[in-house]
Ligand binder design. Structure first.
Ligand code: SF4
Length: 297
């Protein structure tokens, strides 16, 4: 990742989109402090968290939680749902006495739309969508300020996917969470995000509020990504943009604009000079040497 700057407000969902290998999961891991950043700073609620260590880092873990793609891999098959939810409650000092834990487990299950009676069951007794609800309840147990969803609905069938997206949106509004929603699925992102950042080979190439990004994408890469999503309107005249070539290696990205090897508008300057992320409107910024990219609509 290189030169990444953005903020997320309380109660806001920022989606990070891009093809696999673009760095979006690494970004999530760096914020969560699972990966150290080599330069730059991450702030949470006024605290500089990118170089915290020891007990400060441990305290910080309570404020940031993650929901992974595969709940089957992230939930221990040997633990009951009650034990899975009790563990963070106890570890982070949210509840200690048995009665307190039982009350909180029942509350968390209700929040995610599961009856409290399922607390004594094991993960394998649930469907994929229900397991993801349990994983969300576990992430909410320490009462975090920031929730990172890393492809949290990608492994689910269509109906579970819709239910979990609605659940996340509902919980986020109710609890006032800041949410970083990492996904390659633009249809899902259009449904849940307030703002969207598009990544290509470790850089943010466009960041905009949802409406601007989906109605008038500014960067050629965003235009190409959106053109690949089926338009539900039969009368649509939207043109599909096929990108030439493969995604270059993120270990050795092209000089200048990383996208120049595949961009239909590339010119000499693009091969030499890295474009900066500049405002195109009050709600939209893009990193492209072309001030105005032709519309694809
Ligand atoms: Fe294309 Fe050049 Fe813009 Fe990069 S800077 S997106 S190569 S036109």
């Amino acid at each position: 990742m290189d030169d990444i700057t953005f903020t997320i407000a309380r109660g806001e969902t920022l989606a990070i989109v891009g093809e696999s290998g673009c760095g979006k999961s690494t970004l999530g891991r760096a914020i969560l402090r699972f990966t150290d950043v080599t330069s730059g700073t991450v702030w949470l609620d006024g605290h500089r968290i990118s170089d915290m260590r020891g007990r400060f880092l441990r305290r910080l873990r309570r404020q940031m939680q993650v929901v992974h793609q595969d709940p089957s891999a992230s939930l221990s098959p040997r633990m009951t749902v009650r034990d899975i939810l009790a563990e963070p409650l106890r570890n982070f000092g949210v509840a200690g006495a048995r009665a307190d834990i039982d009350r909180r487990v029942a509350e968390l299950l209700t929040w995610v739309g599961l009856p409290p009676e399922v607390a004594n069951r094991y993960p394998h007794e649930f469907s994929g969508g229900q397991r993801q609800r349990i994983a969300i309840a576990r992430a909410l147990a320490p009462e975090p300020d920031l929730l990172i969803c890393d492809e949290a609905v990608s492994a689910l069938d269509v109906s579970s996917k819709a239910q979990i997206i609605n659940l996340l949106a509902d919980l986020q509004q109710r609890l006032g969470l800041a949410m970083l929603f990492i996904s390659h699925d633009l249809a899902v992102v259009e449904h849940i995000a307030d703002r969207v950042a598009v990544m290509y080979l470790g850089r943010i190439v466009e960041i905009a509020d949802r409406r601007s990004l989906f109605s008038a994408p500014s960067h050629p890469y965003t235009q190409a990504l959106l053109s690949a999503v089926l338009d539900p309107h039969p009368s649509s005249t939207r043109r599909r943009i096929s990108l030439a070539g493969d995604v270059p290696s993120p270990i050795d990205p092209p000089a200048g604009c990383h996208f120049h090897t595949r961009c239909p508008y590339a010119f000499d300057r693009c091969r030499i000079e890295t474009p900066t992320l500049d405002p195109r409107s009050p709600t939209q910024s893009a990193a492209c040497h072309l001030g105005q990219v032709p519309s694809v609509q």
